[in-house]
Write a protein that binds this ligand. Structure first.
Ligand SMILES: [Mn+2]
Length: 292
């Protein structure tokens, strides 16, 4: 019997649901807990987002009944040090969360240094190279290369980019909407990237070398880039045409996999949360040129 995996966004929510043989796993990315603390340093006071984010998760969990929840990186906002307020926000969030769903795993992002002392012992934290579910779905945050086994997965899911699409309405008002991105990856190029990252020297075909070195048959995975779960955050306008060249910040947000060109981002498809298909990213960029 062929093992079928279903991977699809939850309707109207920045959450991804995967299912195989009746087992469901829910994924959310980029919560950036404590983001409001960084704003308060600038004199802007926003109440703690923890209760609101927990409520949003509770609704999704009640609707979808997952067995496990995966937080796909950037659970907290402060990068290097643990901000004083994080000792309150982050444990408060996880306490509420494990009451709703006991099986919680974290795939760390670039903001998740020192996360472990802030989480209950039942929450498992992987390395930033990511994890695979059922050997079918590879999950990594996107700021770092994935571990070698992930390239054998049919689906690659990442966060980190916080994709948004920016439009102008006929009156010239700017409208920003969070979006999903779905794009095809090139297994050959992905294999090259991971081999280089793992400091493997090779000649000839990267896919053959990958098989030899890691025992993994690389596939052209379907790549899904998740919107940020915390909707207060700004995002990266994926349809900006970058006439002056890509900014360093945008390159940073792309992460090594997207920067390498291993994912066909230009032909990637953008979708709104309600499932509306916006078009290919390269076509949305033309729109930006016309209106910008
Ligand atoms: Mn990130």
């Amino acid at each position: 019997m062929p093992e079928t995996v279903i991977v699809k966004p939850v309707a109207d929510q920045p959450a991804l649901l995967m299912e195989k043989d009746g087992e469901r796993v829910l994924v959310v990315a980029d919560l950036h807990l404590g983001w409001e603390v960084s704003l308060s340093h600038q004199g802007i006071h926003v109440p703690s987002q923890v209760p609101r984010l927990l409520e949003k998760l509770r609704k999704i969990i009640n609707d979808t009944h997952p067995r496990r929840l995966i937080l796909l990186g950037d659970v907290k906002h402060a990068v290097a040090k643990v901000e004083l307020e994080e000792w309150k926000y982050v444990p408060e969030f996880f306490e509420g969360l494990v009451e709703m769903i006991p099986d919680v795993r974290v795939v760390p992002g670039n903001h998740d240094g020192n996360l472990e002392p802030l989480t209950p012992p039942s929450v498992k934290i992987s390395t930033s190279e990511g994890i695979s579910i059922w050997n079918k779905v590879g999950l990594f945050h996107g700021h770092a290369w994935p571990s070698p086994p992930l390239l054998g997965c049919e689906f690659l899911v990442m966060g980190h980019l916080h994709p948004v699409v920016v439009f102008k309405d006929p009156l010239g008002f700017r409208i920003t909407r969070q979006s999903w991105v779905r794009a095809k990856s090139n297994g050959q190029k992905l294999a090259e990237g991971v081999l280089k990252h793992e400091s493997v020297k090779w000649e000839g075909d990267s896919v053959e070398e990958y098989k030899k070195k890691f025992g993994i048959t690389v596939v052209d995975a379907e790549c899904i880039i998740m919107p940020s779960f915390n909707d207060y955050l700004g995002g990266q306008p994926i349809n900006r045409s970058f006439r002056e060249g890509w900014t360093d910040l945008y390159r940073e947000y792309m992460g090594p996999v997207l920067r390498s060109g291993a994912v066909d981002f230009e032909n990637g498809e953008a979708y709104l949360f309600d499932g509306t298909y916006l078009g290919k990213i390269q076509d949305l960029r033309k729109l930006d040129q016309e209106t910008g």
